[in-house]
Design a protein around this ligand. Structure first.
Ligand SMILES: [Zn+2]
Length: 690
C-alpha cells in the first residue's frame, strides 16, 4: 500500500514465503562453518562461491513447494515453525472458548481457523466479489471507468501498482522526499500483471509469457461464467490495454533517480493534467483526507493513462476491470480459482507443489496480524541478551563506517563532515518494536476469509491515510519480528534488523567473531551503506532529498559507481543471453561491497591484540569471507532466477558473493589470490567506494 522507498537486504518474493519441513541442521557451537559444504576441488581464487558452497549446492534439492532453497529460506522456515505453533495454540483457545472475543489471541486463532475453512470458501465460489463485478457490469461511460478505479476492494486488488483495488495506478501516503517531516500523497504507475519487459519484448521468452498469460486470463474469466470465445477475446483486449500502460511506464532502472522522480504539485494541478480522472471523488472513495499535495512520480504515465480512458473502448476497460477485480481475489475464492492462481504461479516461478494449507494459513495470519503474532514469537524465541548483543554489533559497525569515511582518500573534508553527520543521525531499530501495534480497532468477526482479508487491508490503509498532513511515525516497523531480512529507509534515515535475522547462520552468539562479522556484520554494513548508495547518498541526515556533496566528490563517486554498473552488466544467469542489469542493481551492489568492507575492518578492530587462531584450518580473515558466502548459498529454479534478474534490485546470490569479493584486496590477501585470477578484478576496473 505504502509506496515508500525502502531498501531491503533482499526482496521477500525472492526467498519465497514458502515454508516446508525445515532442513536446518542444528550446528554444534564452534562449528558455525561446516567444512562439508565446501568444494575444495574448486580453487577459492577461481570461483569463491563454488569453493565455499559447492558441496552444499550439489547435495541439496529445491523442495517441490518452493522456488529456491538457501540460508534465508531455511532460517525463514525455522522461524515460521514457531509462528505455526503460536497460531495453532491460539486456534485451540478459540475452539475451546478460552480466548476473549476480540483479543489478540482470539484474532490470531480465528483468522487462522477461517483461513483453514476451505469448505466455506468453496461453497462461496466467487460470491465475495460479485458486487464488485456487478458494479463493473454497470459501467457505461469513460467517467464510469474512472469512477470504478476508486470502487471495490481497497488495499487488495490486482496488478503491481498497489494502492487501490481496481486502479491502474498506485496512489497512497508517502513521506515528502524533500520534507521528511510531512506525509503527502505519492502517485505511481501501475496496472501491470506481467513485468513491463514481458509486454514489450520480442524475444521468444517474452512472447511465450504473453501467450501463457492470455491462456491464464481466459481460463480465469471462464470460471466467472464467460463463454470460451468471450473469455479469449476479453483476454486479448486486456493484454492490449496493459501493453499500452507498459509502453508509458518507466523501466525500473530509470526509477532509481529520486530527483527525476520528484514532481510535487498541488492536487488541483495534478487534476488539470488528468482531466478525465476526478481525483476529489477518488480520494473520497478511498477515504483519504487532508490531501493538498501530490508527488506525481511518473507524470507521463498519468497523462497517457488519462488519454487512454477516453481512447480505449469502454468495453475493453470493463474487461480489464473484471480481470483485475478477480486476479487479486483468486487465492481467497473457491477451489477452481485457487487452483488456477497456483497454476499461474507454477508457470511464472517453476514451483511444483502448493504448500500445505496449514502453512499457507500460518503465513497469512502472520502477514495480517504480524505484531500480535510477533509479540508471542519474541517471548518464545528471542532473549533480551540476544537483542543487546546485536545492538552492540550495530554500534561497532557504525563506528567502523565512521572510521572509513574519515579515512577516505577520494572524499574532501566538507563532504566527509556531512556524511558523518548523516551516519551519526541513523535511527537504529533492533529485533522488535518498543511499542507493539494496537489491533483493538481491527474488526475480524465476519467469519469469512475474503472479508477478513479486506478488513485487514482497509484497516492498514486507514492507518496509513491518517498520517497524511502529519509527520511520519518513526517508531513504526515495516517488517514483522520473524522476518529474515533487514532494511534502510532514506526518508527516515533508519536501519532495521528484525529478530528473525538475528540467528544462525547470520548471527550466532556461540560463533567466533570472524564468522559473525562476515555474516550479520556485513548485513548491518550493507544496510548502513544504503544511506550512501547511488540513491541514499542524495538524502541528508534528516531524510530530505538534498544535495550535500561537493561537485568534485559527487563526480568521483559517479565514476566509481559506474565501475560497479559495468562489472555487474557482465554477469549472466541461466543462459548467456540473460544478463544482470547493472543499473537496476547498483544500490544493492554498492551496499554489498561497502557493507563487506566496513565489516571487514570492524572485525580487524575487534581482533586487534588477540591471537589470530585458525579454526578448522582457516584464518579469521578466511572465515569472514566464508561466512558471507554461506549466507548467500542458494539454489533457485531457472524461472525464478530469470524473474529476479528482470524485476529485482538485488543481484543473484552467486554474484552477491563473487562480485564484491573480487573487488576487495583484503579478499585476495586472505586467500593468496594473484592478479589475473578470476576472483581478482584488474586494478583499473576494481571498485572501492567506502
Ligand atoms: Zn539492500
Amino acid at each position: 500500500m505504502r509506496p515508500a522507498i525502502i531498501r531491503q537486504l533482499l526482496t521477500a518474493a525472492a526467498i519465497g514465503v514458502a515454508v516446508s519441513s525445515s532442513l536446518v541442521a542444528q550446528r554444534a557451537a564452534n562449528h558455525a562453518l561446516d567444512r562439508a559444504n565446501l568444494d575444495t576441488t574448486c580453487a577459492p581464487c577461481t570461483d569463491f562461491y563454488e569453493f565455499a558452497n559447492g558441496n552444499w549446492l550439489k547435495h541439496n534439492k529445491i523442495p517441490p513447494d518452493k522456488t529456491s532453497l538457501g540460508s534465508f529460506g531455511m532460517l525463514g522456515d525455522k522461524n515460521q515453525e514457531v509462528v505455526q505453533k503460536i497460531v495453532i495454540d491460539d486456534a485451540n483457545l478459540v475452539r475451546d472458548g478460552e480466548a476473549k472475543l476480540g483479543s489478540n489471541d482470539w484474532k490470531i486463532g480465528d483468522f487462522y481457523l477461517v483461513c483453514m475453512d476451505t469448505v466455506a470458501m468453496d461453497k462461496a465460489g466467487y460470491a465475495p466479489i460479485r458486487s464488485e463485478l456487478d458494479m463493473i457490469a454497470a459501467v457505461k461511460t469513460p467517467d464510469d471507468v474512472a469512477k470504478a478505479f476508486g470502487q471495490g476492494a481497497r488495499g487488495g486488488g490486482g496488478g503491481r501498482g498497489g494502492g487501490g483495488g481496481l486502479a491502474p495506478f498506485g496512489l497512497g501516503p508517502q513521506t515528502d522526499p524533500r520534507n521528511s517531516k510531512m506525509v503527502i500523497v505519492s502517485a505511481n504507475q501501475g496496472g501491470l500483471v506481467l513485468n513491463r519487459e514481458d509486454y514489450l519484448g520480442t524475444n521468444p521468452r517474452a512472447v511465450k509469457r504473453r501467450d501463457d498469460y492470455i491462456a491464464h486470463v481466459s481460463r480465469s474469466l471462464e470460471l466467472l461464467g464467460e463463454s470460451e470465445a468471450q473469455a479469449a477475446s476479453d483476454a486479448q483486449k486486456i493484454l492490449a490495454l496493459e501493453t499500452e500502460l507498459a509502453k508509458v511506464s518507466m523501466a525500473q532502472a530509470d526509477m532509481r533517480d529520486p530527483v527525476a522522480m520528484y514532481h510535487k504539485m498541488p492536487l488541483a494541478e495534478f487534476a488539470q493534467s488528468t482531466p478525465h480522472i476526478n481525483w476529489t471523488r477518488y480520494l473520497q472513495q478511498v477515504h483519504a483526507r487532508n490531501v493538498t499535495d501530490v508527488n506525481v512520480r511518473t507524470p507521463k504515465f498519468f497523462t497517457s493513462l488519462d488519454s487512454l480512458i477516453t481512447n480505449a473502448p469502454v468495453d475493453d476497460w470493463k474487461a480489464y476491470l473484471r480481470w483485475h477485480a478477480l486476479n487479486g481475489a483468486m487465492p481467497s475464492l473457491g477451489s477452481p480459482f485457487r487452483k488456477e492462481a497456483f497454476r499461474w504461479q507454477q508457470i511464472t516461478t517453476g514451483v511444483q507443489q502448493q504448500q500445505p494449507r496449514m502453512k499457507q494459513c500460518a503465513a497469512a495470519t502472520n502477514a495480517a496480524l504480524g505484531e500480535a503474532v510477533g509479540q508471542d514469537w519474541i517471548k518464545r524465541n528471542f532473549t533480551p541478551e540476544a537483542k543487546a548483543r546485536a545492538a552492540k554489533m550495530v554500534d561497532n559497525l557504525v563506528s567502523a563506517l565512521r572510521d572509513r569515511i574519515n579515512g577516505l582518500d577520494w572524499m574532501g573534508a566538507a563532504t566527509k563532515q556531512q556524511a558523518v553527520t548523516k551516519l551519526n543521525a541513523f535511527m537504529r531499530k533492533v529485533a522488535y518494536p518498543d511499542k507493539w501495534r494496537d489491533y483493538s480497532t481491527l474488526n475480524l468477526t465476519s467469519g469469512k476469509y475474503y472479508q477478513n482479508q479486506q478488513a485487514v487491508a482497509e484497516w492498514n490503509a486507514a492507518r496509513a491515510w491518517a498520517r497524511v498532513g502529519h509527520a511520519p511515525d518513526r517508531a513504526e516497523w515495516s517488517m514483522t519480528p520473524p522476518t529474515v531480512n533487514a532494511s534502510y529507509s532514506p526518508s527516515l534515515n533508519q536501519i532495521q534488523f528484525p529478530a528473525g535475522i538475528l540467528a544462525p547462520p547470520f548471527f550466532d552468539p556461540n560463533a567466533d567473531d570472524a564468522v559473525n562479522y562476515g555474516a550479520i556484520g556485513a548485513v548491518i554494513g550493507h544496510e548502513m551503506t544504503h544511506g550512501f548508495d547511488d540513491q541514499g547518498r542524495q538524502f541528508d541526515a534528516e531524510g530530505n532529498l538534498r544535495d550535500w556533496w561537493t561537485p568534485e566528490d559527487a563526480a568521483k563517486y559517479k565514476t566509481a559507481a559506474q565501475k560497479v554498473v559495468d562489472q555487474f552488466n557482465g554477469y549472466t544467469v541461466v543462459d548467456s543471453a540473460t544478463h544482470v542489469n547493472g543499473r537496476q542493481t547498483l544500490g544493492e551492489n554498492i551496499a554489498d561491497l561497502g557493507g563487506l568492507t566496513v565489516a571487514y575492518f570492524a572485525m580487524e578492530k575487534a581482533l586487534a591484540g588477540k591471537p589470530h587462531t585458525k579454526i578448522d584450518g582457516f584464518t579469521p580473515e578466511q572465515r569472514f569471507f566464508l561466512a558471507w558466502a554461506q549466507v548467500w548459498r542458494s539454489i533457485s529454479r531457472d524461472e525464478a532466477l530469470i524473474q529476479q534478474v528482470k524485476t529485482d534490485a538485488h543481484s543473484p546470490s552467486r554474484w552477491r558473493v563473487n562480485g564484491p569479493l573480487s573487488n576487495m584486496p583484503e579478499f585476495a590477501k586472505a586467500w593468496g589470490c594473484k592478479e589475473g585470477d578470476p576472483m581478482v578484478r584488474p586494478e583499473n576496473l576494481r571498485a572501492r567506494i567506502w
